[in-house]
Design a protein around this ligand. Structure first.
Ligand code: ZN
Length: 380
């Protein structure tokens, strides 16, 4: 029998070979969910900042909130045990992670109690039909539904059906009387999409991955430094910036204040590896690693930084893909072009369906971005 049993045990051994680790294994997705589900449009990022401030306890030597609401966190050089060490003229490496998501501001509450809006950030209005939203007022969050005004499909003319309405033609119904709506909602209150985040196989889906992914990376890459006991000789500054979606505004002022030697813009980028997009316009392919972001319409990365990150990724077997984004920008451009300028690069996570409520990332790429950021800080 023994013999037989040996064979059996061999078979069991082969069948019990460890299943590949799920892409999301060990990643703090609860934090990513909290970040994604906290409302924060350009100019009103304070609730997201509060979540981050709670999470970063013990990771930095100092934090400050600047005039535009950016949270600037500084970590001085550390030895492998995490203790501060003195380094003569340490280089300043700045990560820029914008907190704002695209959303709306209230422009008017009409006599029937409907709320009218103005966009903060770029929207394709075809994605705004029949959406659940949250209206953030000083007296609390209110649930609402967003639709364009006009005839619904049953009574719409063929022309009507083809029309793509502008943002100003959309309105939010709160299910309230006009008195109550006017009492509760003020011009200048802000509105975000109301869509819960979800894990989908090795993917993660949310309406605010742009750019809560970077907020997560700005926190977890520093945790990873500590966890892996990686020493670093540079001063690390993580700036959780504001108003990126309306023109890199918070990053400009934060970069002017910090004057980094090296700026790293962390953001999502396009992953158009979906049907109907020609191969040469995919930008990134999900599951192939973090985006080594060489160029977009706001900046051209420093080629020596591109080389350094690439060599580091190869050395540490961290999957990556070089990418160029034809249209669109990110905070790295602000760090590069602020004050007397800095060397800059973009580290991105390929995202499908950007600026929709179904933004989707691959967790392998998220992990790769986290790992390369931690390794890079330790390498400077
Ligand atoms: Zn973004």
């Amino acid at each position: 029998m023994a013999k037989k049993s040996k064979t059996v045990s061999k078979i069991t051994r082969s069948t019990s070979r460890k299943a590949p680790k799920p892409a999301g294994g060990g990643l703090d997705l609860a934090l990513l969910t909290r970040l994604c589900e906290t409302p924060g449009v350009p100019g009103r990022e304070e609730r997201v900042r509060a979540v981050i401030e709670k999470e970063i306890k013990g990771l930095f030597d100092s934090t400050e909130v600047d005039a535009l609401g950016s949270l600037i966190c500084r970590r001085q050089p550390r030895d492998a045990s995490g203790k501060r060490k003195s380094v003569k003229n340490p280089k300043t490496v700045m990560m820029l992670c914008h907190m704002d998501e695209i959303g709306f501001y209230v422009t008017h509450v009409c006599d029937k109690g409907y709320v009218y809006i103005d966009a903060a950030g770029g929207f394709d209005t075809r994605n705004l039909f029949s959406r659940r939203v949250t209206v953030c007022t000083d007296s609390g969050d209110l649930p609402g539904v967003m639709n364009p005004g006009g005839r619904p499909v049953h009574i719409a003319s063929p022309e009507d059906r083809k029309k793509v309405p502008e943002v100003k033609e959309f309105m939010v119904d709160l299910g309230m009387t006009s008195e109550e709506a006017k009492k509760r909602v003020k011009v200048g209150d802000y509105i975000v999409m109301n869509e819960p985040a979800m894990k989908m196989g090795d993917k993660f889906v949310s309406k605010a991955l742009d750019n809560r992914v970077a907020c997560w990376l700005g926190i977890d890459s520093v945790r990873e430094l500590a966890k892996l006991k990686l020493a670093h000789n540079c001063e690390l500054v993580v700036a959780f910036t504001t108003q990126e979606e309306v023109g890199l505004r918070g990053a400009r002022t934060a970069s002017f204040a910090v004057r980094p030697d090296i700026g790293i813009g962390i953001d999502v980028t396009l992953a158009c590896d979906t049907p109907g997009v020609p191969e040469n316009e995919r930008v990134t392919v999900q599951g192939k690693g973090f985006g080594l972001h060489v160029k977009d319409s706001s900046f051209i990365a420093d080629h020596t930084l591109v080389r350094d990150f690439e060599q580091l990724a190869i050395k540490n077997k961290i999957p990556y893909q070089r990418c160029i984004l034809a249209a669109g920008g990110q905070d790295g451009a602000a760090a590069q072009q602020a004050a007397a300028g800095a060397k800059a690069i973009g580290i991105t996570v390929g995202t499908r369906y950007i600026h929709t409520v179904t933004e989707t990332i691959d967790l392998t790429d998220l992990r790769a971005a986290r790992d390369i950021l931690a390794r890079y800080v330790a390498s400077v």
